[in-house]
Design a protein. Structure first.
Length: 409
């Protein structure tokens, strides 16, 4: 560590310190308060006090963890005293071992323990679903750093004249912590804010909590923070931006919760809900809830799944025949595969690739190794991926298109 490095990091509040040659950057939220973004997947909070350093999250990997320790060492001689997990997702705990080696005491909500146990038990499943979601083969080592201190509702400690209030809430996970430092009105929100539509109803993941999510956002709003470091993306600076983000995200979740509950009470099917519920006009263009990660369709599915069972109201589906038998009966009735292919091509020409996919699946029922149909399906999925602005649709379609092409070889 040299003095020049220390001075370089002594920049003004609200300023961003870009690292040359990379998109890693330290954002300053207040004196001693930083949001380290793009040091790996997942932001890291750094709070430097005159009695030691508190780190909030650790990125997805040890490489990210090391980059964070390097950055801290450039700024201060103080030891790293605590590492707080905002929740137990891999992109927030992956670099924890590096911080632990530095002597950090790890604090989290109690449910993080159960999450780590579950990830270990379902390791192969998680490798598969995350490889699809993030479009690259995941390396999950299951070397979790379990917390030294856990809490249930709220946990407070002091260091160097700063109070660290850890508030538990549920949202994207059931083990979430928001860190608030009242002296400076600074908040580290974890994934309650990620610069995207909330990721509820993730296609392959366990239930998430839309009501508790907006309740926590409202709770943060009442604290009136002057800056928020989110779990991903750039910091929110100043009351105006903070309030706009919290209230837009809270409002959309509250609206969707109420709409879905109303539909469920009216006996609406999921299909009806998916096609009738939309985002209120005043929130549709909010920059804080773009549907780039979470999206309306998945949130509706998530809320419906949370409050109801799997039965869709049609007694035919209470104990259905195997789907292949159903498709085969329909195929026998049509009796002419050419007719289906012709119809598929018609839907493609009309731009309705989704309907075309359903028809291709019908043909694949009869001949699961029909290479031409796998190639055709792969081609359509590729096209669908290209026109989507949402991470899930893009990645699921791209990975599946590659799988279809392999089956076509
Ligand atoms: Zn995250």
């Amino acid at each position: 560590m040299n003095t020049n490095d220390k001075l370089q990091n002594n920049f003004a509040i609200g300023e961003v310190n870009w690292k040359p040659g990379s998109d890693s950057r330290l954002e300053k939220l207040g004196e001693g308060f930083y949001n380290a973004t793009n040091y790996g997947f997942g932001n890291v909070g750094i709070v430097i006090t005159n009695e030691g350093v508190v780190v909030i999250d650790s990125t997805i990997s040890r490489t990210g963890g090391k980059a964070i320790v390097d950055e801290i060492t450039k700024m201060t001689d103080q030891p790293i005293k605590y590492l707080i997990y905002t929740h137990g997702h891999g992109d927030h705990v992956g670099g924890a071992s590096v911080l632990k080696e530095q002597g950090a005491t790890v604090i989290s909500h109690r449910n993080v323990i159960e999450r780590f146990n579950r990830y270990t038990k379902l390791r192969d499943h998680h490798v598969a679903i995350n490889s699809m979601q993030f479009k690259r083969k995941q390396k999950i080592k299951n070397e979790y750093i379990y917390p030294d201190i856990v809490y249930d509702f709220e946990y407070t400690f002091e260091l160097g004249g700063k109070t660290f209030r850890l508030l538990h809430g549920k949202g994207e996970t059931d083990d979430a912590t928001v860190v608030y430092i009242p002296e400076d009105k600074i908040c580290y929100s974890g994934d309650f804010i990620v610069w995207s539509f909330p990721n509820i109803g993730n296609p392959n993941k366990v239930l998430r909590y839309e009501r508790e999510w907006y309740e926590m956002l409202d709770r943060i709003l009442k604290l009136n923070p002057k800056a928020i470091a989110p779990g991903h993306g750039r910091s929110l600076l100043g009351n105006e931006e903070v309030q706009a983000c919290l209230s837009d995200t809270s409002a959309v979740l509250k609206y969707l919760h109420e709409e879905c509950v109303m539909h469920i009470n009216q006996g609406s099917s999921l299909d009806k809900m998916l096609h009738e519920i939309s985002i209120p006009e005043e929130l549709a263009n909010s920059p804080y809830i773009k549907q780039s990660y979470g999206c309306l369709e998945f949130v509706i599915r998530g809320i419906h799944r949370r409050y109801t069972g799997w039965y869709d109201g049609n007694p035919t589906n209470l104990s259905p025949s195997p789907i292949n038998d159903v498709n085969q009966a329909i195929l026998d009735l049509i009796g002419n595969q050419e007719k289906i292919i012709e119809s598929t091509r018609y839907f493609v020409s009309e731009g309705n690739l989704q309907l075309a996919l359903h028809l291709i699946d019908l043909i694949l029922t009869e001949n699961p190794s029909d290479k031409e149909m796998h190639a055709f399906k792969g081609e359509l999925l590729e096209q669908m991926s290209e026109v989507s602005n949402n991470l899930f649709f893009r990645n699921f379609y791209t990975v599946s298109a590659n799988n279809e092409r392999e089956l076509a070889e």
